[in-house]
Design a protein around this ligand. Structure first.
Ligand code: URA
Length: 295
């Protein structure tokens, strides 16, 4: 592409519009990264030895030193796996799950858990996100809601459900007489996946011990799973959300306590499918009645 100039800015606008449509809504590094040069370096290290180094502040660098893969899985410029140079001592995912489990178990309160998560480097998502999105609301509330993962607005503010779907969630809570002073809100994944892509099963397994411990420490009377990924992860089921929703299940904590859980439709889905708001409304009325019966 030519360097930006007044002559080619329409082209740049088109390119940016294309990126936005494809879900790319931010630059991840201050400096552009030449992936073709990287690939050439892998194939011919001697020739590339004279190539200029990337600035040390690059998040790519951070990823490598954290044991993250040096190449994105879906990067078309990345060489085939056999040619890839392993990043510094990659830690197997199972070891990261174990470490997450140990850290989560050791946390004896929510502050310690947040601190443990902030210091945990075992999930690649941490290195592309701006914030750890831990929770919002009242940790002493009887109701806890768990979504999937933060989006752009949540990443910028460091709080869950503050974007469009968060505003709908606030209205859903208001419909049963609650707000963020009487409910506690978190996500299965506390770091925004780049471009809001779906978290991989590995990422979910690595983050699972943290959200499970968070639920155990909050110990709500009722849990609401917002959307399929939250329901599947925390209720250990593979059933789809349209089948699951509206029926009471239980979330079992590590200590064996069973917390009544209501799977319901995710607010982002409801924004796309408003005809289903009536289903979510029914689920929230169920939640209200359950809270009343348990108070
Ligand atoms: N969607 C989620 O699942 N969680 C958020 O925090 C925001 C959007």
């Amino acid at each position: 592409m030519n360097a930006p100039s007044p002559q080619n800015t329409p082209e740049l606008h088109e390119l940016l519009a294309f990126y936005m449509e494809a879900g790319v809504d931010e630059a991840l590094t201050e400096e552009p990264v030449d992936r073709f040069a990287e690939a050439a370096q892998i194939r011919s290290p001697a020739r590339a030895a004279s190539a200029p180094e990337q600035p040390s502040s690059s998040p790519d660098r951070r990823n490598q030193s954290a044991g993250a893969p040096a190449f994105a899985e879906n990067n078309p410029a990345a060489p085939p796996p056999a040619q890839r140079v392993p990043a510094a001592a990659a830690v197997p995912d199972e070891a990261q799950v174990q470490l997450a489990r140990q850290l989560a178990t050791r946390a004896s309160n929510l502050d310690e858990l947040r601190e443990a998560m902030a210091g945990f480097d075992g999930c690649n998502l941490k290195f592309t996100a701006k914030s750890l999105v831990f929770a919002d609301g009242n940790p002493n509330a009887a109701l806890m809601l768990v979504g999937e993962a933060p989006g752009r607005d949540e990443d910028l503010e460091g709080l869950p459900f503050v974007g469009r779907s968060g505003r709908l969630l606030d209205r859903m809570l208001a419909a049963i007489g609650l707000d963020r002073t009487s409910a506690y809100i978190a996500n299965v994944i506390p770091w925004r996946p780049p471009g809001n892509r779906t978290p991989t099963p590995h990422e979910t397994e690595i983050c699972r011990p943290f959200i499970e411990r968070q639920i155990e420490l909050v110990n709500p009377k009722v849990l609401v799973n917002l959307g399929g990924p939250s329901a599947k992860t925390l209720l250990n089921t593979t059933e789809g959300i349209l089948r699951l929703r509206g029926n009471w299940r239980a979330h079992t904590t590590a200590s064996g306590a069973a917390i009544p859980a209501m799977p319901t439709l995710h607010p982002a889905y409801l924004l796309r499918t408003p005809a289903h708001k009536r289903l979510a409304w029914r689920d929230f009325v169920e939640v209200k009645m359950k809270l009343r019966s348990l108070s």
